[in-house]
Design a protein around this ligand. Structure first.
Ligand code: ATP
Length: 364
């Protein structure tokens, strides 16, 4: 590793997890002056405050072990106003938003970045699996080397200023090597499980959590030919392509096969959920989508639009798939070469040119 001559200050977001811990260690090895910063973005119920305390403890002990300064900061108010309120609004409109994307553009790479600049840092760092490349005078966001862990999807709303001030020290490592490094260095959290799910919901039941904020109204679950097959607990709690938690597994007399039932359509106005049997239902397949609230990382749309083959992901855990794109009156129109499964309103479509993440928009 190349040692820095001048000790430039970098603030790294330390979540208590293994990725940001190894990232902090790498920065220190590279010769930066490193400050670890733990941010609390949520403070409402007992179970989350317990896991926050544990994560904070883990982050503190890693900072001690690698010998860096450490700070704690509370962004809960910002988070509530700029991420959670939009998350709730979207759900109450029947869409399925992705709060991690908003958390990145509004909290990690805004509130956190502003705070870090105030304490004298030139750059911030996180343990995200993604890479940044300077191409002439533009900063590009690249997929991680470990495509299985790539998190560029969640970072597509970052802009040039944010990228110019960010470092992703583990973006060119594979997860298994990050774990191996953590063990070799003797990090206390080397064996800690990766976090899953939406951060403020954690391992709790999603419906129970959302019920506290969105008044639910029961309604019918219908087959496509209009037969009632069950009852839903509130349309907001269901998403297109959902299979589990419908409570209709045993409806034998209406089943045309043993295939599972999937949510294929939501009628918010009439409070009806439509289901169909089998993952291959034509209502779950589409080659075309429209997105709004478009964001391009370079600040302007790609030059080579017409007929150029990009690729795109319409949800995180999905291979990107070849497509062409067009923009029309603030809408991004994405035409895939192959059917995509369960395109869902409120999720983001993210556009790539090979490894380069160009930006995207919110599916409408
Ligand atoms: N509470 C937090 N405080 C400070 N930084 C955080 C916090 N949560 C996440 N981050 C930063 O954002 C990065 C990505 O967050 P994400 O929730 O995806 O973590 P992760 O992939 O599980 O990584 P880790 O193993 O570091 O927890 C983290 O690696 C860390 O740098």
């Amino acid at each position: 590793m190349i040692k820095k001559l001048s000790k430039e200050l970098v603030v790294i977001g330390m979540s208590g997890g293994v990725d940001s811990s190894v990232a902090a260690w790498i920065l220190k090895e590279e010769g930066y002056k490193v400050v670890g910063l733990f941010m609390q973005n949520w403070e409402n119920d007992e179970s989350s405050s317990c896991s926050i305390k544990n994560d904070l403890l883990d982050a503190t002990s890693v900072a001690d072990l690698i010998g860096i300064d450490f700070e704690y900061v509370n962004f809960s108010e910002d988070y509530k106003e700029k991420v959670f309120s939009i998350f709730l609004k979207e759900y109450s409109l029947g869409r399925t938003p992705n709060p991690d994307i908003l958390c990145n553009s509004e909290i990690k790479f805004k509130a956190f970045l502003d705070h870090s600049l105030k304490i004298g840092a030139k750059k911030i760092a996180t343990g995200h699996y993604a890479r940044i490349k300077k191409n002439e005078n533009k900063y590009q966001l690249l997929k991680a080397i470990d495509l299985n862990k790539d998190q560029s999807y969640f970072l597509y709303r970052l802009n040039q200023e944010q990228l110019s001030r960010s470092l992703f020290p583990i973006g060119n490592l594979h997860k298994k090597d990050v774990r191996a490094l953590a063990k070799k260095i003797g990090l206390p959290n080397a064996y800690k499980k990766d976090s899953t799910g939406i951060c403020f919901i954690g391992e709790k039941s999603f419906t129970t959590f959302l019920n506290k904020y969105i008044p639910f109204k029961r309604g019918p679950i219908l087959t496509l030919d209009g037969k009632q097959i069950g009852e839903h607990n509130g349309i907001s709690f269901y998403t297109i392509g959902q299979r589990k938690g419908l409570g209709i597994g045993g409806v034998k007399n209406l089943s045309v096969s043993d295939n599972a039932w999937y949510v294929v359509k939501k009628d918010l106005y009439n409070n009806i959920i439509y289901v169909s049997q089998g993952r291959d239902s034509s209502l779950l397949q589409s080659k075309l989508l429209e997105a709004e609230d478009i964001h391009w990382i370079e600040g302007c749309e790609p030059q080579k639009l017409d007929n150029y083959l990009f690729s795109a992901k319409s949800r995180y855990r999905q291979q990107d798939s070849s497509c062409t794109i067009k923009t029309n009156q603030n809408k991004l129109i994405v035409s895939f070469l192959e059917n995509q499964w369960a395109i869902t309103e409120g999720q983001s479509v993210v556009i790539y040119d090979n490894d380069v993440c160009l930006g995207g928009g919110i599916i409408c």
